[in-house]
Write a protein that binds this ligand. Structure first.
Ligand code: ARG
Length: 653
């Protein structure tokens, strides 16, 4: 019956709140109970909870009244307008330790102010149990992130840097959410360009044995030279085309030459990954080549593949041009490989979510790929069901002249040079501040590296990824403003406050935050009471249920660990609430695949910390312990943000 249902929701809400979840989620659970009671016949309404625009009115608001009103209008005898629904939602809200007060605004918005003690308690619990307790909760277990993916023999360009940085961050966020991530480098190692490269290699080095990195030298120059040859000499061009066929037929000599070229290219881009601290497993286009015939056969059986002007194609809804899966010459292409890779990831690797990172220019390709997979029934229709695929597109990197980013005479920027330059500029800045005298050479180097690489990553991640952004060393290395330099220094400053207090923070945590045996006994007693009471609710009737939620302060409302962190000062409260919101920001960032949300959060966190620190004396004050714990909590959350953004934290400046 509905009563049983209500009781179950309520006890589940209590239980879930016991095991954390973001404030927003926890509020959503309370409002869910209230909505069920307010409108028992409307079972499909989800609580719509959002932070309040203006903190004057509260911390969060429930926006369901209007929507509910449009559903019950004319039918309900109980409600005459949305305000009344808002009143009812407010009145039916179960009592909870997390809520300090609520009010109605406008056409039925229910504003909620969170309790200071509850916020403090959540922070204490996090310090005690670890930041992992604030990790996002996702419903998937295994995800493929296809990122970086440069093309062999061509220099990695800034677009690949963006793919690498954004992809790594998304992978880190998923890993933090306890998801198994298959980090895949889908390198372009199987195109027709190899015919040309191999033929050129044979021409320059008739004996394959003498080929090595030194012999080929700059692979990019090698590529260009072979292209000149290809375009200029029809006989060479013909040999190159035959070389592709030999390679694809698996002829040993050709395979060996191909492997050699891949190896040289690989050692180039692996240097970039090493600098950036990025883990990737290479499964390039060539890996999926053997799976293409089978994948196409499956699609053919579904009747998806048609002939069009001599090529084999798949038409998808809403697109005039089809997806070409077999070229006119019978060869496979980028799309055939991606279909095979998708099949492999779904069926062999059993991934529930497959995320692709490329510039927005490839959106069309991925839209068609996903549409074809849906037509074939490989993916469910709609976007909310799993397994699902997402294309994470990003904009261009621009130079300060507003054009596509290039340096000096070369057409594209060598990524390693870029990173090295960021680091050396940081080192110079540190030396200017006299750090070469205060620190060891190793400290200087490590700090310059952390700040320099961090700055490059953060400058990329802080923008909404779909927009173009301007690459500027001066901007990204500025120690004021929204940069990694500023943030890393802010973190170091917090660490130094704690250091200078002379207090051992681990000791503080132990003494202040660990529950005593007595508290454990009380917790057990309350929990047993909770279970028994839950049973009574289920066995008794509606009135018992109502009585319970109205008059008993809900059973979750026991405060076992009181008053260690105190958020009496407004500066402390703003900081405390923001700390707590880490969980929901992290979750939104990863579900929307938008790391800039996390950057914005981190920047605000450091601003709120500054606000707190300028107004509240920490060391030597009466509130010293509480405030040191707040400093520590801020540092812990900042470090987790850095970690998720792939930035190495700095502890002193
Ligand atoms: N190699 C491609 C490029 O540089 C990116 C590959 C992206 N991944 C994929 N499965 N198509 O543009």
């Amino acid at each position: 019956s509905t009563y049983v249902y209500h009781a179950i929701i309520l006890s589940r809400a209590n239980y879930d709140r016991g095991i954390a979840g973001s404030p927003k989620q926890q509020l959503a659970k309370l409002f869910e109970v209230s909505l069920r009671v307010t409108a028992p016949e409307e079972l499909d309404i989800d609580p719509a909870i959002a932070p309040c625009q203006n903190s004057k009115f509260g911390d969060y608001q429930c926006n369901n009244a209007m929507g509910l009103w449009s559903k019950v209008k004319g039918k309900s005898t109980q409600f005459k307008n949305p305000q009344q629904i808002g009143q009812a939602i407010k009145a039916n809200l179960p009592a909870s330790e997390m809520i300090d007060g609520s009010s109605i605004a406008g056409p039925g918005f229910v504003n909620v102010k969170l309790s200071d003690q509850w916020i403090a308690k959540c922070i204490q619990n996090m310090l005690r149990d670890g930041i992992e307790t604030w990790a996002p909760k996702l419903s998937v277990k295994r995800v493929v992130v296809d990122f970086s993916s440069p093309n062999i023999a061509k220099e990695m360009h800034v677009g690949h840097l963006r793919s690498t940085i954004i992809g790594d961050t998304l992978a880190r966020m998923l890993e933090f959410s306890n998801v198994e991530v298959l980090r895949r480098n889908h390198v372009g190692d199987w195109g027709t360009q190899f015919g040309m490269l191999i033929e050129f290699l044979f021409e320059k080095f008739p004996s394959l044995e003498v080929v090595n990195d030194q012999a080929i030298g700059d692979l990019e120059a090698f590529y260009k030279a072979s292209k000149v040859r290809f375009d200029g000499d029809p006989a060479f061009k013909e040999r190159a085309q035959r070389a592709v066929v030999s390679l694809q037929a698996g002829e040993e000599k050709y395979l060996k030459a191909w492997a050699e070229i891949c190896k040289i290219s690989r050692s180039g881009y692996e240097k970039v990954y090493e600098h950036l601290g990025v883990q990737l497993e290479e499964k390039g286009e060539s890996f999926y080549n053997p799976y293409i015939p089978n994948a196409l056969e499956l699609l053919n059986k579904e009747g998806l593949i048609e002939d069009s002007e001599g090529a084999r194609v798949i038409f998808v809804e809403g697109k005039k041009i089809p997806l070409i899966v077999v070229k006119r010459d019978g060869g496979y292409n980028y799309a055939s490989t991606d279909l095979a890779a998708l099949w492999y990831r779904l069926n062999e690797e059993k991934a529930e979510w497959i995320i692709y990172l490329t510039d927005v220019g490839q959106r069309e390709h991925f839209e068609m790929l996903f549409a074809a997979a849906k037509r074939a029934g490989w993916l469910p229709a709609g976007d909310s069901k799993y397994p699902k695929t997402s294309h994470v597109g990003f904009g261009l990197v621009l130079g300060e002249d507003g054009k596509r980013f290039r340096t000096r005479s070369t057409e594209t920027v060598k990524l390693v040079d870029l990173l090295t330059e960021a680091k050396s500029r940081c080192k110079t800045a540190l030396i200017e501040r006299g750090k070469d005298k205060a620190w060891t050479e190793e400290e200087l180097d490590k700090t310059a590296e952390a700040v320099g690489y961090g700055a490059v990553k953060y400058a990329d991640l802080k923008n909404n990824r779909t927009t173009n952004y301007t690459f500027s060393f001066d901007q990204m290395l500025n120690d004021k403003g929204n940069t990694a330099v500023y943030l890393l220094y802010a973190h170091a400053r917090i660490c130094s406050i704690i250091r200078k207090s002379g207090k051992d923070i681990e000791e503080l945590k132990k003494v202040w935050l660990l529950p005593s045996k007595l508290q454990a006994v009380i917790a057990f007693a309350v929990l047993s009471y909770d279970v028994i009471f839950g049973l009574i609710i289920v066995l008794k009737d509606w009135n018992a249920f109502h009585y319970c939620i109205r008059n008993f302060k809900t059973l979750g409302s026991y405060t076992l660990w009181t008053g260690k962190i105190d958020l009496a000062h407004p500066g402390e409260r703003v900081l405390g609430l923001h700390l707590l919101q880490f969980a929901e920001v992290g979750e939104e960032s990863i579900t929307n695949l938008l790391p800039n949300g996390l950057c914005e959060y981190l920047y605000n966190l450091s601003e709120y910390f500054t606000g707190f620190y300028t107004n509240c004396q920490v060391v030597g004050s009466a509130e010293e312990t509480s405030r040191l714990l707040l400093c520590e909590a801020t540092a812990v959350v900042m470090r987790k943000c850095f970690h998720l953004l792939g930035i190495t934290p700095v502890y002193k400046i």
